[in-house]
Design a protein around this ligand. Structure first.
Ligand SMILES: N[C@@H](CCC(=O)N[C@@H](CS)C(=O)NCC(=O)O)C(=O)O
Ligand SMILES: *[C@@H]1O[C@H](CO)[C@@H](O)[C@H](O)[C@H]1NC(C)=O
Length: 200
């Protein structure tokens, strides 16, 4: 049975992308059915709902699928009243979308590349890329947060969720040098927030 609002999430417990969607739904206080997928044996429902990428998360709302975590978060934000996830100001919304896309396109691939690198040379290259990306995020954090604890200002928002959800998966890379910069993004606070609220 789907949740009260006819919502079903096809997910995977370890996926930071799925976590984003669950967190967004929890922020709106709506109930949903969660279905764990076996990625090595994908369900018919997943293949039918996301025939292009065949990936989780998928949100199914009254039988209609929505794919890609960033798109799903925006959908959830538009669908439900309550605390906004994206900023309401159009310029700030565009900025938040820009940085969320930047994290997915540049920061996380560099980060995972660094953690997974076999050769030292490749690792150093990816570490450099990661730090450069973090530096960009840090500058924008100072601007967007307005001196508050979150990209979203005084409460958690779109970019905060995107970064926070991937933080646990990235924590293995803390042993790599130079990551104290990441801490100034108030990661510890976001992690606490996440633990307290996500229910996962
Ligand atoms: N860009 C996608 C990424 C989703 C993604 O990579 N999902 C992974 C799990 S973490 C997946 O379903 N992988 C299955 C596969 O690649 O076959 C999003 O933001 O939703
Ligand atoms: C794959 O999943 C289906 C149900 O969705 C199940 O019947 C089947 O046994 C599974 N196959 C394997 C190899 O786990």
């Amino acid at each position: 049975m789907a949740g009260e609002e006819g919502l079903k999430v096809l997910g995977l417990q370890v996926s930071p992308f799925v976590l984003r969607v669950c967190l967004a739904l929890n922020m709106k206080g709506v109930s949903y059915e969660y279905v764990e997928e076996d990625i090595s044996n994908k369900s018919e429902l997943l293949l039918k709902s996301n025939p292009v990428h065949k990936k989780v998360p998928v949100l199914i709302h009254n039988g209609k699928p929505i794919c890609e975590s960033l798109v799903i978060m925006q959908y959830v934000d538009e669908l439900f009243a309550g605390r906004p996830i994206l900023p309401t100001d159009p310029y700030e919304r565009a900025t938040a979308r820009f940085w969320a896309a930047y994290a997915d396109d540049k920061l996380f691939p560099a980060w995972y590349g660094m953690v997974k690198a076999q050769a030292e040379e490749e690792r150093a290259e990816k570490a450099k890329e990661t730090l450069a990306a973090i530096e960009h995020m840090e500058v924008t954090f100072a601007k967007c947060s307005g001196g508050n604890a979150f990209f979203g200002g005084d409460s958690i928002g779109y970019v905060d969720i995107v970064l926070t959800c991937s933080a646990p998966s990235c924590s293995g890379s803390r042993r790599c040098a130079g990551f104290s910069t990441w801490r100034s993004l108030t990661l510890a606070r976001l992690r606490c927030w996440l633990r307290g609220r996500s229910g996962l």
